[in-house]
Design a protein around this ligand. Structure first.
Ligand code: ADP
Ligand code: MG
Length: 558
């Protein structure tokens, strides 16, 4: 028997994790239980799409058994099991290099549960165990196997005599080296029970434990102890519960449990819709951006359940791109279960749900903007760019959805403002919504063109994001007020300028012509301007595209 080495990255990751990336050790149990539940789901789903298999919900359970004498804790499930290949593939390699790179780039602080997101939840077991033994028999294999690992050193796989399909994970619990450790709690029935209640109550399959209860005796005799197998969790998924029964903490706990993010959600939305189409949904607006959010790697989507059974991990059709940051799930009994993914895309009901969700997310964001500006700004800091992309990427089709959610930096307020706020305080004689583009607010403020408009007493929006100007161009106007770049030829308030400059042009014709020859084809024209105040010269363009925008366009691949 040879011991296989974990892949190098796995080993480093494992060591890091064992050194407490998880804020609390007890979450190992949540991880193993959620894997067990996933494994039963997989079997259930297979049965639904395969006539040769039947699924009796009563036969499926998760059982947790501590054994103090042996210092062992066993988590057993009747799920789909793993083949030998799956043991190697799924338990032999931890996290892809992407997540490792992420960890290197981002100093991880304590209290951030990032592990599960990357598919390494299983390894949380090593926070509390010296040795992990996985006995498993796959539905697709006649032979069972046993996988054993003592941590970073590697693992072994051998045939096992397990007869029933499913997985049994046995942890050899560590000895406590000091009082803080308290590994013994993971062998105490009562403590385990409360951990299950806390983290895994909603799991849809029974989580069973042998519980000792006192049986009172007649005639004043000492009560006797009886061991009974009991289901510890309530099995009602959180989205099926009544909103009034749930606290903020429950929603936050669920967000963590589901690995939607390692931040705290900014806002949750719980929908129970009972109309033409019935569904429950729990949606979250995260606070901070996933590390890969603005990359092609990021996948949007909501989990899709059909009457409690997970049928798709990331249903992209439920979210428009501009709300791709939304996390959560939708459960509808009106969706047929064994429809293929392709068919799902055309599902009329799905489209209706998507439409509702879109509306709801928008109104929730608007509420946030109105009632908690600070929170909204935190949201906008993370996802504002995505909203602006949304405006321009579909040629302004979503203008109505998005324009009131946008914020831009204001010269007047020295902070982010909405377009409605801008328009509300426009000067009586002001025709346009003015904006200026540049790299930083500071630089924009010092542009001669900005100075000119500010001097007039008008508010200017400073656009510093690449996408800003594209979005503004796509919007074209807001409440019938057109957007106007401070760099454009006609600013709407300079009629006296033209006549004034005529004489000066004549006087300086030679100089202008000379400058033009010196600058050759670097400029189209050299003109006298009345717009300058504290600067001798400024660059301007008459076309539709600003210098900033031209820079962005030039950077784009053809
Ligand atoms: P994740 O659950 O995010 O995929 P884990 O590290 O928790 O990542 O688990 C890795 C993989 O190992 C799972 O995706 C699954 O394929 C397999 N696995 C883990 N536990 C079980 C189990 N009890 N039954 C069947 N497969 C399992
Ligand atoms: Mg897992």
């Amino acid at each position: 028997m040879t011991t296989k080495q974990f892949e190098a990255e796995s080993k480093r990751l494992l060591e890091m994790m064992i050194n407490s990336i998880y804020s609390q050790r007890e979450v190992f149990l949540r991880e193993l239980i959620s894997n067990a539940s996933d494994a039963i789901d997989k079997l259930y789903y297979k049965a639904l799409t395969n006539d040769n298999l039947t699924f009796h919900p009563d036969d499926y359970y998760i059982k947790i058994t501590p054994n103090k004498e042996k210092r062992e804790l066993t988590i057993e499930d009747t799920g789909i099991g793993m083949t030998k290949e799956e043991l190697v593939d799924h338990l032999g390699v931890i996290a892809k290099s992407g997540s490792l790179a992420f960890k290197k780039d981002n100093e991880l602080k304590d209290g951030h549960d990032i592990i599960g997101q990357f598919g390494v939840g299983f390894y949380a077991a090593f926070m509390v165990a010296d040795k992990v033994t996985v006995r498993t028999k796959s539905i697709d294999s006649d032979q069972a196997y046993v996988w054993v690992s003592e941590g970073a050193e590697g693992y072994t796989i051998e045939p096992s005599n397990k007869t029933n399909v499913g997985t049994e994970i046995t942890l050899t619990i560590k000895e406590s080296e000091n009082e803080e450790d308290d590994f013994d709690q993971f062998l105490e029935t009562n403590q385990l029970k409360s951990m299950i209640k806390k983290y895994s109550d909603f799991i849809r399959y029974p989580i069973k434990m042998d519980i000792v209860s006192q049986q009172p005796q007649e005639d004043g005799e000492e009560p006797t102890e009886v061991m009974e197998e009991k289901t510890v969790n309530s099995m009602i998924p959180i989205w099926k519960k009544n909103k009034s029964e749930l606290t903020e903490a429950d929603y936050h706990q669920f967000y963590k449990e589901k690995h939607y993010g390692y931040d705290q959600p900014l806002q949750h939305i719980h929908l129970s819709v009972d109309g033409n189409i019935r569904y429950d949904a729990i949606l979250y607006i995260p606070e901070s951006m996933p590390y890969n959010y603005y990359s092609a790697e990021y996948e949007k989507g909501l989990e899709l359940y059909s009457n409690g059974v997970l049928i798709m991990n990331k249903c992209a059709d439920l979210l428009p791109d501009y709300f791709s940051f939304v996390k959560g799930l939708v459960d509808s009994e009106d969706l047929s279960l064994n429809i293929s993914r392709e068919m799902l895309q055309h599902d009329r009901q799905l489209k209706l749900i998507a439409k509702n969700i879109n509306r709801k997310v928008k109104s929730e964001l608007q509420k946030l903007l109105k009632n908690d500006r600070e929170k909204y700004e935190a949201f906008f800091e993370s996802f504002g760019r995505q909203l602006k992309y949304g405006v321009y990427s579909d040629f302004g089709q979503n203008k109505n959805v998005l324009q009131d959610l946008l914020l831009f930096y204001s010269s007047k307020e020295k902070k982010l403002v909405t377009l409605a706020e801008y328009v509300d305080r426009m000067e009586a004689d002001q025709a346009y919504i003015y904006y200026a583009t540049g790299e930083t607010n500071d630089r924009i403020e010092r542009l001669p063109q900005t100075e000119f408009v500010l001097d007039k007493g008008y508010e200017v929006l400073y656009l510093t994001d690449d996408v800003d100007e594209f979005a503004v161009k796509m919007l074209a106007n807001y409440q019938e007020k057109e957007f106007k770049s401070v760099a454009s030829g006609d600013l709407g308030f300079e009629s006296e300028e033209q006549s004034d400059t005529e004489d000066e042009v004549k006087e300086n014709q030679a100089l202008l012509a000379y400058m033009k020859t010196v600058l050759e084809d670097k400029v189209k024209d050299v003109r006298i301007s009345k717009r300058l105040k504290s600067h001798p010269v400024c660059l301007s363009n008459d076309g539709d595209i600003s210098i900033e925008m031209e820079k962005v366009l030039n950077m784009m691949p053809n």
